[in-house]
Design a protein around this ligand. Sequence first.
Ligand code: ATP
Ligand code: MG
Length: 413
Amino acid sequence: MIRLSVYLVVQDEELRIRRTMDALAKVADEIVVVDSGSTDNTENIVREYTDRFFYNKFISIGHQVKVAEELCSNKWVLRLDADEELSEGLVNEILAIKENPDVDYIVKTVRAGAKEIISYPVIKSEFIDAVNNVKQQFAEHIQKQAKCKTITVFSNKGGIGKTSIASNLAYELAKITKENVALVDLNFQLGDITTFMDLKPSFDISYVLKNLNTVNKDFLMATMEQYKNTSLYVLADPPYFKQAENVSPKQISKLFEILKESFSYIVVDTDSHFDAKTVTVLDSSDLIFLVTIVNLPALRNCERCLDLFNKLGYDKEKVQIIINRFMENDEISIEDTVDLLKKNIYWKVPNNYFAMMASINKGLLLSELNPNSNVANSFKELAIHVSDSVYRTNLIKKFSGENTKRLDDILRS
Ligand SMILES: Nc1ncnc2c1ncn2[C@@H]1O[C@H](COP(=O)(O)OP(=O)(O)OP(=O)(O)O)[C@@H](O)[C@H]1O
Ligand SMILES: [Mg+2]
């Protein structure tokens, strides 16, 4: 059952607010009211329904809305105006969704970054104003963000090699490109990056999320952990899961927006669950490395995952398969794997238990400890491959029209 917070921004609404509150009481688990200084009976009426009544000095409507949103304690939030009365039909619809949340609906809404439910019918002029407003706000961001590539390493199975791949790939990317690379540990429960790289960061992701309103490039560079004078910066998981328990997809989106403005590459290590924060990051990624090993249970999981990515509407090129712990003489051949997954394999990381274990136990990355090992070489080649295709894509973007296809062919040859 979904728990729903509803918030209202009000001032002197005594004449209308009771009807609104009556309808809200049927659907809301929490009603938050932010008042800009009513001199009438608004507060008393509101307090008959909720004790979450707050006064906040009016600066702008946007500011009041933000304050109200932050006071909501549930993940699902509905914004209403004081004079908007929920119709009986809408009340029933909300109750139905709350009781029987449809996964598709939730995923779609989370992905859409839904902030509010707007009233219907939509007024054309208001709609156009809103679109223009959003366009203007994001034009600059989008330009900066387009230069950054986000690569998320995911698997819906644990212990498959996500952290090994994410940390080594990020390190190699930084070494090869000399550009700023962010390595983000999104595994809030069992994050391993600090262990793999022997880091004791002063700050972690929960600190950055708490300060999202003041975060900018300088803040990020100062709080993220620079790895041994390289251009690799790590954003570590929180030491206590509780610190990041209530992280919302909206916060994650905002964090990645700022990261994208500050870094050329973002490599994300994930846990093995499809929660809202992971879907938010998968959505905004340019490339998803779906990691599997070659055994039947792992491949079946991988197949399911591909199916889900397909349902989420991800481009086929965006999702690429990495086979970890690859052995030439595996019982299931690469041809069988391709047949089963109906997808080519993007990369194969060789199996090398001793090199991997030594690297993890010493808290060093592979090319620091054992640069000539087959796994270290594989990660280096992977980074070259990724940065090369990023370079190629950027170059192609500069050209347009008929020559684009030819240029792509030339660069590929
Ligand atoms: N290419 C490889 N060859 C041999 N062993 C490997 C290889 N890659 C990873 N491993 C081993 O597999 C284990 C799990 O690796 P890792 O922690 O990177 O997986 P994970 O998917 O991040 O796990 P979790 O789901 O717990 O986060 C580690 O002990 C590591 O040494
Ligand atoms: Mg891991």
